[in-house]
Design a binder for this molecule. Structure first.
Ligand SMILES: *Cc1c(COP(=O)(O)O)cnc(C)c1O
Length: 367
């Protein structure tokens, strides 16, 4: 039996009756934009994350973009972030005309290396945007301390980390403001695109909501130029059905990670270190090998799904060539990119399936 990287069909079948009836309700109400399900979801996510506000929007990329606007980040400003992430993180910075400044990562968590942030701060720096990569929070306490000392805003790209904790607090509540994605493959995914912003700051929440709604608070009166970035009522209804299951799914991801940690312990593979400061929600279970491409081919031939995260660090992407980061400028990220890949570790994967993955890897590695 093939083992996919992710099994979204099984997740649907598990909740089919509830999902179908939630979708049916929205269809019968014919209220597709805004409405009670979207407001309910915002309240539920704010409560889940422990923030005063949540503002739903079209996707995680736009959540980051709306935040950039709300914070007044613009041309000439710099935002410090990580090169080891999905392109959306830096796109949001570039789309408001600001410059992403990339800081290298830790070799064992792949999160931004906080000890290297201060050296990257200039007069133009306005904010720091850590990414909680693969479901583990960046080391926020020292990061926030640096931001405070330099008067900088901090934005969490929490798109991979819904439910993760740092010193007892949930991702999304750790800094000024945070972005989440409900892309189907995320730990909490909808049936299309979706996103949400969480914050305790009423001004940021209001500014994001206004920007997402054509720069208006009173219909057909526009005091700023905004965009259309809404979460569909259908997506909100689907997410409300799934949210009560998120903690269990995250626990299943953690359990699957613990099984791999045990099965792969004696193999020559790099694995992610989970720091003691919080709970990892293992958006992806990542291993690293200089023989990544060969191992992925062998696994594929055995019917096992994998994917490389991330093949090219952002500072070496053609889209950011104008920033002038040469080869070797961020060596830890550059060393990781040709090596790191994800193994199947979704909620509901069985120990047997994981044993099969481990056996194929063991044989491929010669022992
Ligand atoms: C998925 C993701 C995004 C973007 O979310 P979309 O909903 O796909 O726009 C941004 N940052 C990170 C780290 C992500 O994983």
């Amino acid at each position: 039996m093939p083992i996919p990287l992710l099994d979204l069909k099984a997740q649907y079948l598990e909740l089919k009756d509830d999902l179908d009836s939630a979708i049916g309700e929205v269809m019968s109400s014919a209220g597709f934009i805004g409405g009670p399900r979207v407001r309910e979801l915002e309240a539920a996510i704010a409560e889940y994350c422990g923030t005063a506000h949540a503002v739903a929007c079209a996707n995680g990329t736009e959540a980051l973009f709306l935040i950039m606007h709300a914070l007044g980040i613009r041309a000439g400003d710099e935002v410090i972030t990580t090169p080891f992430t999905f392109i959306a993180t830096a796109e949001a910075i570039a789309h408001v005309g600001a410059t992403p400044v990339f800081v290298d990562i830790e070799p064992d968590t792949y999160n931004i290396d906080v000890s290297k942030i201060e050296a990257a701060i200039t007069e133009r720096t306005k904010a720091i945007m850590p990414v909680h990569i693969f479901g583990q929070c960046a080391d926020m306490a020292p990061l926030l301390e640096i931001a405070e000392r330099h008067g900088l805003r901090v934005i969490e790209d929490a798109c991979q980390a819904i439910g993760a904790t740092y010193k007892g607090k949930r991702a999304g509540s750790l800094a000024d403001v945070a972005a989440f994605s409900f892309f189907p493959s995320k730990n909490l995914g909808c049936a299309g695109d979706g996103g949400i912003i969480t914050t305790d700051d009423t001004d940021i929440a209001t500014a994001c909501r206004k920007m997402a709604n054509h720069g208006t608070t009173v219909k057909y009166y526009h005091d700023t130029i905004g965009v259309n970035s809404r979460l569909d009522a259908l997506q909100a209804a689907i997410l409300l059905v799934k949210l009560p299951h998120l903690d269990r799914w995250n626990a299943e991801r953690r359990a699957a990670a613990a099984v791999y940690d045990e099965l792969l312990a004696d193999l020559p593979l790099g694995r992610v270190t989970t720091r003691e400061y919080g709970e990892n929600v293992y958006h992806l279970y990542i291993v690293a090998s200089p023989e990544r491409d060969r191992l992925m081919d062998v696994l594929k031939a055995a019917g096992i799904g994998t994917a490389a995260y991330y093949p090219v660090p952002l500072h070496r992407q053609e889209a950011f060539a104008h920033l002038g980061y040469g080869e070797g400028s961020l060596p830890v990220a550059e060393a990781a990119c040709p090596q790191t890949f994800a193994l199947p570790a979704y909620p509901g994967i069985t120990r047997e399936q994981q044993e099969e993955v481990a056996a194929v890897l063991r044989e491929a590695l010669g022992g």
